[in-house]
Structures are given as structure tokens and as C-alpha cells.
Design a protein around this ligand. Structure first.
Ligand code: GDP
Ligand code: ZN
Length: 403
């Protein structure tokens, strides 16, 4: 944990600090820990009472103006919260510069569908920058594996970095990407995120509280988050200018099952290889799945089949979820009755009859069944395809998907 002892005590005087800006690196019951770059100090701050009254929410990553800074006590007061560039919902975090999606090449094997799910999710959440793809465990991969991964994602515009947290291969390149940025590390468990962060800066192991075992036991799983700064000494060791700052956030216990389904019509814009044909589709509400005359379908020959399969799976899931929500809300409406209806004074009460309850159960069952069908669909596709690295397109999907 970033301790309050990080605070330096350069000056014993209270700094007149109107307009001084800092970054919230942790929020907790007692207040906020704020890093002030000019003083290079962590300050324990309270928010002005007025902010609380106005209902201003302050989260990790927020840039805030400070007053009454006392470097000796390591304290200050937050007077306002500056406008956010973006807000990530999970982990709850403001002003994210980039997301690095970490996946193992092997052990566990890389899965194209998982990769696309992470890409879509974070492209929608952080629209200002494309996610970076970090493929870890390069020590277990062949040159062909690495070439295949690059050949799929680099032409789509993604930055691909291939590393080994064990041998250190590619780590300096990864460190370069972090300079002057706030980076979120996300990815399936087992991909090697903790090992990677520990390799970037061994002090992070203590701060993040990573346990020695592989099962994630003991790691914090709250929805709040904390910014960690890679030490200057460590940046120098990684060949980066030691005056640089690099902030990182880990996403422990955050898996695919927590992603919201995107709007069905938003999905295509997250697939650059489909989007370039979708712009010329004649229907504005085209799903690009079945429509006659769809420009994406007309150009399927130029799209990697696995990418199109993944697109199809994600759109169908989103459509299915929308249908379930619509059906459920219709059922709720039809189970409301009016009572005491004279002179417009009727009140609507829900009909909680046995019939209603059994319908709700049916809905629940339908939902489960539909999810199961989708999983079956994915398994069918998986079975039809050969191994990720054996196929000629190199991007098929042969593994069970982690959620
Ligand atoms: P996390 O769940 O993403 O945080 O993954 P961990 O960091 O806990 O790593 C999962 C397992 O992969 C551990 O047994 C690590 O030792 C191993 N691992 C991590 N990075 C590498 C790597 O670059 N090469 C190899 N061979 N194993 C790695
Ligand atoms: Zn279309």
C-alpha cells in the first residue's frame, strides 16, 4: 500500500496553495490521498464541506485543486474537482490514458474471442486511446506464434507488445509505453499480470498486496482502485528517463463476466476491419448479420473469419440480453392493477400472484437457457476451428473461454 510516510517534509510551512492541482491516488473512509507533483508529496486531504453538500463525487484518478497544504503534516484540503477526461466503471477510475490488455500466449493459451471481448469493452470505456495488446509468456511461444499475433492485430491499428515477465524479454519496450501516463492493466487471470507488474517494479508487489500463490487469494477485490507510481529508480533500471512519471492500476478479480453487453449496433464500430465496410452500408440500423445488400456481408472475403465469428457472437449476445430485458419489463407492466380508481386517484399495485411469480421464474429459466445456447454456439464454433496457431488464418478460437 502506498503509505502516508511517502510524504516528504521539505518545508515546515503551510503552503499558500490556491489553484495547486493534485491527483487523487486513493480514496478511503477518512478522506483522499492526493499526489502533488510540484512538491512531490502525498497529502492526506479532506474535501471542503461545500463539495460534499453539492454532491460532488471524487474518485481515484481525479485531478483536484488544493488549498491549505501543510507539507509537514502531509495534509491539505480539496477545493474542487476538475473536469474528467473519462471515467472507467470497473475499476472505478478517472482520467485513464491507456489500457494494456495482458494475455498469455500459452499456459493458458491465447483465445481470440477473449481478446476481442477485452478490446470491445475497453474501447467503449476509454474512447481517447486504443488499448495496447500485451502478449506475455513469450518464453513459451514460437517465433510463428508471435508472428501470427502481430499479423492479426497490427494491421488493425493496435500496438502489440510481446513480453516475458519471467525472462524480461520486451520489458523495456513495455516500460516506455508507461511514461507520463496513467495505465490500467487488465486481462484474464493467469495471464501473468502480477508477475509483470512485479517485474516492472518489485516494490509494487508490496503495494498491491499480491500473494505468492497463483490463485489470487488475498488480493483485494474491491471496486475502488488505487494508483501506484513506478519508482524513479526502477524506471532508470528499465532504461527510461528517471524524471518520468508512470502511474499504473491493476484490476484484480475483474473478469469478463463483469463486462456489460454493449449496444448491438455499437459493436461493429469496435471492429476496425468490419467498420471500414459498415460505413458504406445502406441501412443505418444494419446489424451486418443477415441484411440483404449489407456492405460488410458483401466483403466477408476480406475479413478474417474468426473476427467475424467473434463479432457475431457478441452482437447476438447483446441482442439476446435486450430481448430478455424487454420481455421482463412487459411482464412486469401486465402485472400491475389499478385500485381505488375514483377521480383519478387510482394507485397501481403490482399483482404478485402465483402466476406472476411462475412467469418470473420462466423468464429466469429462459435467460439461463439462452445463455447456455450462446455458450453452445461458441463451443460449436470452437470445435469447427483448429488450434489458434495451427490454422492458416492464425486467429481461430479453439479454447474454452474464461469468464
Ligand atoms: P495474473 O493472474 O494475471 O496476475 O497472473 P500471475 O502473475 O499470477 O501469473 C500466473 C502464472 O503464470 C504464475 O505461475 C507465473 O509464474 C506464470 N507466469 C507469469 N509470467 C510468465 C512468463 O512470462 N513466462 C512463464 N513461463 N510463466 C509466467
Ligand atoms: Zn451492414
Amino acid at each position: 500500500m502506498t503509505g502516508f510516510s511517502d510524504s516528504t517534509t521539505d518545508s515546515a510551512e503551510t503552503v499558500s496553495s490556491k489553484g495547486t492541482v493534485g491527483t487523487v491516488i486513493r480514496s478511503h473512509a477518512g478522506g483522499y490521498l492526493v499526489y502533488q507533483p510540484e512538491l512531490d508529496i502525498n497529502l492526506l486531504c479532506q474535501a471542503r464541506g461545500r463539495l460534499k453538500k453539492e454532491g460532488v463525487s471524487i474518485v481515484t484518478g481525479d485531478r483536484v485543486t488544493l488549498d491549505d497544504i501543510d507539507p509537514e503534516k502531509g495534509s491539505g484540503v480539496i477545493t474542487s474537482c476538475l473536469e474528467r477526461e473519462n471515467l472507467l466503471s470497473r475499476p472505478l477510475l478517472a482520467n485513464v490514458d491507456q489500457v494494456i490488455i495482458v494475455q498469455a500466449i500459452h499456459q493458458p493459451d491465447w483465445i481470440a474471442l477473449v481478446c476481442d471481448r477485452y478490446l470491445v469493452h475497453f474501447q467503449l470505456e476509454v474512447r481517447s486511446s486504443l488499448p495496447v495488446l500485451c502478449f506475455n509468456k513469450s518464453d513459451l511461444a514460437s517465433e510463428d506464434d508471435k508472428k501470427t499475433l502481430r499479423s492479426i492485430y497490427e494491421p488493425l491499428g493496435y500496438l502489440v507488445t510481446i513480453v516475458s515477465a519471467i525472462t524480461g524479454e520486451g520489458m523495456d519496450g513495455l516500460a516506455d509505453l508507461l511514461v507520463s501516463k496513467t495505465t490500467v492493466f487488465a486481462g484474464p487471470s493467469g495471464a501473468g499480470k502480477s508477475t509483470l507488474l512485479n517485474r516492472l517494479d518489485p516494490e509494487l508487489r508490496l503495494k498491491i498486496g499480491v500473494m505468492e500463490n497463483d490463485f489470487g487469494v488475498g488480493r483485494h477485490t474491491t471496486t475502488s482502485s488505487e494508483l501506484y507510481r513506478i519508482s524513479k529508480r526502477q524506471l532508470r533500471l528499465l532504461g527510461v528517463d528517471e524524471e518520468s512519471v508512470a502511474w499504473i492500476v491493476d484490476t484484480p478479480g475483474f473478469g469478463l463476466s463483469e463486462f456489460k453487453h454493449p449496444e448491438p449496433l455499437d459493436v461493429v464500430w469496435q471492429f476496425p476491419d468490419l467498420a471500414k465496410f459498415a460505413v458504406d452500408c445502406k441501412y443505418s440500423d444494419c446489424t451486418h448479420l443477415v441484411e440483404q445488400g449489407c456492405n460488410v456481408l458483401a466483403n466477408l472475403g476480406q475479413i478474417d473469419p474468426t473476427r467475424f465469428d467473434n463479432y457475431t457472437i457478441m452482437v447476438k449476445e447483446s441482442q439476446s440480453e435486450k430481448t430478455i430485458l424487454r420481455d421482463t419489463s412487459k411482464k412486469v407492466e401486465s402485472t400491475v392493477k389499478s385500485v381505488g380508481g375514483r377521480e383519478g386517484k387510482a394507485v397501481h399495485v403490482p399483482l404478485l400472484s402465483g402466476r406472476y411469480r411462475s412467469k418470473a421464474k420462466n423468464t429466469e429459466r429462459q435467460q439461463l437457457k439462452r445463455s447456455a445456447n450462446l455458450v453452445e454456439d461458441e463451443e460449436d464454433i470452437a470445435l469447427e476451428e483448429t488450434s489458434d496457431f495451427d490454422s492458416s488464418s492464425g486467429s481461430s478460437n479453439n479454447q474454452s473461454e474464461e469468464t
